[in-house]
Design a protein around this ligand. Structure first.
Ligand SMILES: NC(=O)c1ccc[n+]([C@@H]2O[C@H](COP(=O)([O-])OP(=O)(O)OC[C@H]3O[C@@H](n4cnc5c(N)ncnc54)[C@H](OP(=O)(O)O)[C@@H]3O)[C@@H](O)[C@H]2O)c1
Length: 331
């Protein structure tokens, strides 16, 4: 494509767009946020004006029909990801869609097929994997520094108070595993550099029917185990740790480290050392990578099939939480 920068549109006035991803696109060196769409035209206009976005569309369809938009960022409720991703791809747009990519692995595979047939790129907006500290942890797990890997431990919890939040609505794809446990599943698979074969989960279900807390265990064929907990009703915790026969490495504030300097802690034979990392904006790094891939300057690091593999584990965890038994991960 013969354009110097990517022209982005965003579908909806979602909170995560407002606070993190839209500003990241605006700060990116290879993209421009040209348009926002909302179900409500006045809301789109007010949002565009407040955030310096040149165009406002009164419907998602209208933005997708805008010929000057190359790519869309989709921060809609989870239940709407499949429909609007496929519609965008069919209109020739590249798509960066929020996590989790869809409601289940089958939906992810439909989206992957639509990306393939349209010849457009599709990526799940898991920003944590673009932070240099996450990349360093993955490298430590992969290069043998820690010895043979034995366990991965992770958690992502926070307390959600507003009852009208999309995360409490099962029809919109709410739940702790969908919202934050998906990061733990992603970091577990990434650090293991493999797919789990079997999982077990326990959940506490809220009044609306979503999982408020879920604890999960993943068994990999190598013998490595990963375990995590996620919650919409516990004080904020974010951690990822990988433990090997020789040493272990841990990062706190693992998924949302902010933009300041951070540390990666290594424990070896009882001694603790910390490695510092300069501040980075993982959202900017993510949108710049996606734009570079669309512009043909690099190869997309994470395919839609990667997202489908993550979702297959989430599907199995939900089956286990409901059945009370361990479940095999379907491939
Ligand atoms: N990567 C991250 O750091 C991160 C963080 C938070 C959330 N997320 C993901 O981003 C997505 C949005 O989360 P959010 O917390 O930003 O959501 P939100 O603030 O509730 O925004 C969702 C937007 O979707 C539109 N919408 C269309 N139909 C809707 C419906 N039936 N109910 C509610 N909203 C509807 C609304 O925009 P209009 O009215 O303008 O059309 C609304 O503003 C989710 O997939 C979530 O998992 C990612």
């Amino acid at each position: 494509m013969n354009i110097p920068t990517l022209r982005w549109g965003v579908l909806s006035t979602a909170n995560i767009g407002r606070v993190a991803v839209n500003p990241a696109i605006q700060a990116s060196g290879n993209g421009r946020l040209l348009a926002v769409a909302s179900r409500d035209e006045a809301r789109a206009r007010a949002f565009a004006e407040a955030h310096g976005i040149p165009r406002a569309h009164g419907s998602y369809e209208s933005l997708l029909a805008d010929p000057e938009i190359d790519a869309v960022y989709i921060p809609l409720p989870n239940s709407m990801h499949r429909e609007w991703t496929i519609r965008a791809l069919e209109q020739g747009k590249h798509v960066l869609c929020e996590k989790p990519l869809a409601l289940n692995a089958a939906e992810c595979r439909d989206m992957e097929a639509a990306a393939k047939s349209s010849g457009r790129l599709l990526m799940e907006a898991f920003m944590h994997r673009f932070h240099p500290r996450t990349e360093a942890l993955v490298q430590l797990a992969a290069d043998g520094t820690l010895g043979t890997l034995r366990a991965v431990r992770s958690a992502f919890t926070f307390r959600l108070s507003r009852p009208d939040n999309i995360r409490f609505d099962p029809a919109l794809g709410g739940g702790a595993l969908m919202d934050v446990g998906c990061y733990c599943v992603n970091v577990s698979r990434t650090l293991a550099a493999a797919e789990p074969v079997e999982v077990q989960a326990w959940a506490n279900w809220g009044e609306t029917g979503v999982d408020l807390e879920l604890t999960g265990a993943l068994r990999f064929a190598s013998g490595l185990h990963a375990h995590f907990d996620c919650s919409l009703s516990a004080d904020r915790r974010e951690v990822a740790e990988v433990a090997g026969a020789e040493a272990s490495a841990t990062m706190e504030d693992a998924f949302l480290p902010g933009v300041g300097a951070v540390e990666l802690t290594e424990r070896r034979a009882g001694a603790t050392t910390s490695r510092g990392f300069d501040g980075a904006n993982e959202y900017v790094l993510m949108v710049e990578h996606f734009a570079d891939a669309v512009l043909g300057r690099t190869v997309l690091r994470y395919s839609a099939s990667e997202a489908a593999a993550n979702m297959a584990v989430i599907d199995a965890l939900y089956r286990s939480a409901r059945s009370g038994r361990s479940e095999m991960v379907e491939r």
